[in-house]
Ligand binder design. Sequence first.
Ligand code: ZN
Length: 462
Amino acid sequence: MKLSFHGADLGVTGSCHMVECAGKRILIDCGLYQGGRELEEENVEPFGFDPASVDYLLLTHAHLDHCGRIPLLAKRGFKGEIITTSATRELARLVLLDSAHLQEEEARHKSRRASRRGRETEVPPLYSVLDALNCLEYFGRTAAYGGALLLAPGIRATFIDAGHILGSAVILLELTESGRQRRVVFSGDLGNAGQPILRDPQPPPPADVVVMETTYGDRLHRALEPSVEEFYAAVSETFQRGGNVIIPTFALERAQEILYYLRLGVESGRLSQGMHVFLDSPMAISATEIFEHHPECYDRKTTELFKRGEDPFHMPGLHFSRDASESMAINRITAGAVIMAGSGMCTGGRVRHHLRHNLWRDRCSIVFVGYAAKGTLARRIIDGEKSVDIFGENVAVRASVHTINGFSAHADQAELLQWHKHAGNPEITFLVHGEPFAMQQFAARLQHTNPVIPELHEEFEL
Ligand code: ZN
């Protein structure tokens, strides 16, 4: 039995881990590296194993940094079975097709740039829309929360609610080889308890080996309630000043969560009835539709709302902009609008246009409600740069910048420690999916286990 690491090692993105047992190879996640050119160049590198030799790919959730290299895996020979929860399957399809579109667009840009320099080289995309469509045929069984699936003799997998995004799961592997038994738990990404819409993360079962994320291994979140109040105050004050509120939004989960709170704000009178809310992201609009047909993932409150015939994601004044022309029309609005657009870290997408129109205006606000990796435009604005480059233009940062931490979809240090405690006293705990500093801080707090921070392609006997 072996466990090896092929992504999100000493870093946050590119999750990919492999288990070898009873003659089978099982991959847990196959994510994209994101955040800055240097990291993204990692994506074209060899996986560190032969994709054709992989029998199963178990996906913890549909975020790109966990599923984004699947089309590449299939293109390089993977022919196994991909197993996910049913909500993850639907979201992954959306996420992968969107990613393929972006890859194609980026490759076209690079090719054009090369020709302008007098080089007639065609830069191929990391993968194409066709590659993304092709990989969908490997999505096989879906897993219900809590039910064990037999993958092969000696290998059982159980998906447990991770409370991170719709369909997200912790995966328990029960392995038997030559009479030796090992229980290995992969945390995937763990949710932040008390968030609306989804259930809280379920405690993991006892395990011999734990592989866990450490995104916020070094810090505690602010409580949710003051964060929601801070959010309402930022919106109201901006409208009083006569500006717009730009919210760089992750299409999955965070967009729906913000819609949920905006509706609640209007209903409780804390936000103006007359405000206009633009969800300017075709992907977030589709994701919201997917949310509406996966009630098996909701918490009690959201289930009750739907039962009463109320939609937690809708309110008066809400506009969905799918077309580019609708998106451009928003640029003419100078006040009274909440504009939600991707990408969440401002590395691409429509939000960059909205930033170009609003970032330099001191009446406006930019409200960050999610994680911003090093090297991204979001991080530069949050870190207080006086001006930033958008579409080759220097734009002054004069808008108020708010970073609201309580909305995190990730568990904080206390929640991670609590989760780890439920896994019993694992012999070994591998820390992945975090910045090195967060990992070291977290490792120092762990008790009754041997914490290990693996390096890329490092292999361990189980
Ligand atoms: Zn995630």
